[in-house]
Design a protein around this ligand. Sequence first.
Ligand code: ZN
Length: 211
Amino acid sequence: MMTVLSDCVAGVDLREHDRCATAPAGGRDPVRIGVGDHVLGSAHGVLKTVIYGDLTSPATMDVYLGVRDAVLRDEGVTCAFRHRLTQPDPVSRIGANFAEVAAHAGLFWPFVDAVATCGCWGTHALRHLRALGVEDELLTDPDVRRAGRARLIDDAGLASAARARTDPSVFINGVPWSPGRGRGIGDDLARLAGTTRPLWDQARGIEHPSL
Ligand SMILES: [Zn+2]
C-alpha cells in the first residue's frame, strides 16, 4: 500500500506554508510529483522532493547531489527534476535540451548525475551524452526535439505556477524549502527522514515497533 506523508512534519503545520493551490498544469501539480515527471527514488517515498533547477547552475547541482545522496541512503526520498532555466542563457537551454535527449534514451538521471559529479555545469554536455552511449542522431530527431521543447515549456509554466523564483527552487511534500544558516538540503532531508522513518518502513512492508 502506498503511504502518503501527512502535511504535518516535525510538529510544524506545513499546510500554512503551502501557497500553491494552483490547478495542475499539463496534468502535473506545480509543487508535487506527478505522472510524467522525471523521478528518482521509490514511487512510495514519503519525502517527495520537486527541484526546479538548471543543470548549468552550481547551486542546482549542489541541491541535486544532496537529494540524490538522501535517495541513495534509503531515507524514503523521491526526487523529481523540472527545468527552470537561468535566463537569458542559451547554455542552460542546451543543458536542458540535452537532458531531454538523454531522457528519450532512458538516461535522464545518469546524464544529470554525470554533469553534477563532473562539476562542469553542462559545458561538457555533449561529451557526457556520448559517454552514456546516446546516439548523436537523437539530437536532430524532430520528434525528440519537439518533445524536449514541450517539456521545457511545461516546466516553465509549472515553475511560474509554483512561484519558483530562486535558483534552484525546492518543494518537499508540496512545501517550499529554503536553506537555513549553515545547513543544506541533505541535513534537512536527514532530519525529516528521522521523523518519517516509520512511514517509510511501512511503505516497504517492514514491521516497525512504533506502528
Ligand atoms: Zn562534465
